[in-house]
Design a protein around this ligand. Structure first.
Ligand SMILES: [Zn+2]
Length: 66
């Protein structure tokens, strides 16, 4: 699938093991999102903060769930 206005792929580095994880961001869910996703490599819970820059590109920050 191609990236569209409503759906985009982003990559974050796991806060625990540092491995890259690819996620699909549902842009229609809002410009600011935060949720927990388990790392695909080490299965630890990362708190992801989804945001968009001023050209609409997705960026993701990951931090360990406390
Ligand atoms: Zn990990």
């Amino acid at each position: 699938m191609n990236a569209t206005t409503y759906d985009d792929a982003a990559t974050y580095s796991c806060a625990f093991c540092g491995e890259p994880n690819e996620i699909d961001v549902d842009i229609s869910a809002g410009a600011r999102q935060s949720y927990v996703e388990d790392c695909q490599v080490c299965c630890q819970p990362n708190v992801l903060r989804i945001g968009f820059d001023n050209v609409g590109r997705v960026h993701v920050e990951a931090e360990p769930e406390s």
